[in-house]
Write a protein that binds this ligand. Structure first.
Ligand SMILES: C[S@@+](CC[C@H](N)C(=O)[O-])C[C@H]1O[C@@H](n2cnc3c(N)ncnc32)[C@H](O)[C@@H]1O
Length: 381
C-alpha cells in the first residue's frame, strides 16, 4: 500500500527521471516523460493536449502551467497552475488522439475501427493491406493490432492524404513504425507490385468504390484470408456485396453496422444520452476460397442480383454518397498542422519548442477554445 497521500502525486525515482529526460517517443504508460503527450482537463472541463518539453509552458487565460511540473508524475495526476487552477493530466488514449488529429479525409471512428479489428480478425504478426489511408486513423488501429511482428501495407491515391496520414502516425508513435509502408497510387495498380499472389492475410478497404479492387484483393489474399469493406451508404453496400458474390472466389458476404449509444449514469438519472453518432458506415466481410474451390450451394432462396453498369461507377462520387469534400486550401492547412505536430513529436526538424514564443504552445491538438495555440486543430466533419 502506498504511504503517499493520493492528493500529492510523486515524481519517479532519480534513476527513472534520468531515463525520462532522454526519452522522446511517446510512451503508452508509466510516469510522464519528455516527449509524451498529456491531455489536460482544466477549469470548466476545457481540454488541452501538450507534448511535454522541459522548460515549456502551457499559457491560457487561466494562468500558466509548466510542463516540468508534470514530467515524472504518474499518469492521472492533478497539478495546479500559476493561478491556482487544477488540471487533471492523462495520456490521451488512441480514441482521443484519432478524434482530434488533423484530417484530410473523413476518418474511421473508433467504434468501427474496433469492429474492423474484430471482424477482419486482425492478429499480431498478420500481413494486412489497407486502402485508402485517408487521414491514417484506421492505420493506427491496424498497426497496433498487427504488433511488432506484423506488417501493414497501406495504399493511398492522393499524395496529400498520405502525407497527413504519415504525419499523424508519426505523431502518435513518435516515429514511423518499421512495420508500416505507405504506397501512393491506386490499389488496383500497386497491390500486385507490392504483394505477391497469395501472401496477404487480411485486406481492409475504406474507399468509395471497393468493388473496383476486389479482383486484385482476391489475388493477393491467402486462401481463408479475410476482405473487409467499410462503406458509407446502402447503395455501395449492395454493389460491393453483389460484386463479391459474382466473382465466385469468396464465401457469402456478411454485412453489419455498429451503433454505440452512450449512457448518462448519475444518481437516479440513469438513461441513454440524448445524442449519439447514429450512422457512420457499414462493414461487409468475406473470406477467400481456396484456388478452384466452389462454394457449396447455400440453402436459401437466391435474391436476384441488381445489375450495375459503368455509368453507376461515375455516380459514386464523394458528394453523391454524402461525404464532405475538403478544399485544396483547407487540405494544405491540415497537411501543415499534421506535419508540424509530427516534427514536434519526433524531434525531427521543424521549429523546436525552445525557439518558439511561450504563448505558441506547439502541440495543443484538439482544443477548439479561445486558448488554442497554433497546433490546434478543429474537426472538419
Ligand atoms: C474515407 S478515406 C479513408 C479514411 C481512413 N480509413 C482513415 O480512417 O483515416 C478514403 C480514401 O481512399 C482513397 N482511395 C479511394 N480509392 C482508392 C484506390 N483505389 N486506391 C487507393 N486509395 C484510394 C481516397 O483518396 C481517400 O483518401
Amino acid at each position: 500500500m502506498s504511504t503517499v497521500p493520493e492528493s500529492q502525486p510523486t515524481r519517479a525515482t532519480s534513476d527513472q527521471a534520468s531515463i525520462d529526460a532522454t526519452a522522446t517517443a511517446p510512451q503508452p504508460s508509466g510516469p510522464f516523460r519528455v516527449g509524451d503527450r498529456a491531455q489536460l482537463t482544466g477549469p470548466k472541463g476545457k481540454m488541452h493536449t501538450v507534448t511535454l518539453m522541459p522548460g515549456k509552458e502551457l499559457h491560457t487565460h487561466n494562468g500558466v502551467l509548466a510542463h516540468d511540473s508534470l514530467i515524472g508524475l504518474p499518469d492521472g495526476s492533478v497539478v495546479t497552475n500559476s493561478a491556482g487552477h487544477e488540471y487533471l493530466a492523462l495520456r490521451p488514449l488512441l480514441n482521443d488522439f484519432v478524434m482530434s488529429m488533423p484530417r484530410g479525409a473523413a476518418i474511421v471512428y473508433p467504434k468501427d475501427a474496433a469492429q474492423i479489428v474484430a471482424q477482419a480478425d486482425i492478429f499480431p504478426g498478420a500481413v494486412v493491406v489497407e486502402a485508402g489511408v485517408g487521414s491514417g486513423a484506421l492505420s493506427l488501429w491496424l498497426l497496433r493490432a498487427v504488433g511488432p511482428a506484423g506488417r501493414l501495407l497501406s495504399f493511398e491515391r492522393r499524395d496529400e492524404f498520405a502525407e497527413v496520414a504519415e504525419a499523424n502516425v508519426s505523431t502518435f508513435f513518435g516515429r514511423v513504425p518499421e512495420t508500416w509502408s505507405v504506397t501512393v497510387g491506386d490499389l488496383v495498380d500497386q497491390l500486385p507490385l507490392a504483394a505477391p499472389a497469395g501472401t496477404v492475410d487480411r485486406v481492409v478497404l475504406d474507399m468509395l468504390a471497393p468493388w473496383e479492387c476486389i479482383e486484385v484483393v482476391a489475388d493477393a489474399l491467402k486462401p481463408g484470408g479475410v476482405v473487409l469493406c467499410y462503406v458509407a451508404t446502402a447503395t455501395q453496400l449492395s454493389r460491393v456485396a453483389e460484386f463479391i458474390r459474382s466473382t465466385g472466389l469468396f464465401t457469402e458476404p456478411i454485412a453489419s453496422e455498429t451503433m454505440v449509444r452512450g449512457w448518462h449514469v448519475q444518481g437516479l438519472a440513469v438513461r441513454p444520452d440524448h445524442r449519439m453518432v447514429a450512422h457512420t458506415g457499414f462493414l461487409i466481410t468475406a473470406r477467400r476460397l481456396a484456388p478452384g474451390a466452389v462454394l457449396p450451394d447455400v440453402k436459401r432462396r437466391k435474391a436476384k442480383a441488381p445489375t450495375y453498369g459503368d455509368e453507376d461507377v461515375e455516380a459514386w462520387t464523394p458528394g453523391a454518397v454524402g461525404d464532405r469534400t475538403i478544399s485544396d486550401k483547407n487540405l494544405r492547412k491540415r497537411v501543415r498542422e499534421a506535419t508540424q505536430a509530427a516534427s514536434w513529436a519526433t524531434g525531427d526538424g521543424g521549429e523546436t519548442g525552445q525557439q518558439r514564443g511561450v504563448g505558441d504552445e506547439p502541440s495543443q491538438i484538439g482544443d477548439s477554445g479561445a486558448d488554442a495555440g497554433p497546433g490546434t486543430v478543429d474537426v472538419i466533419d
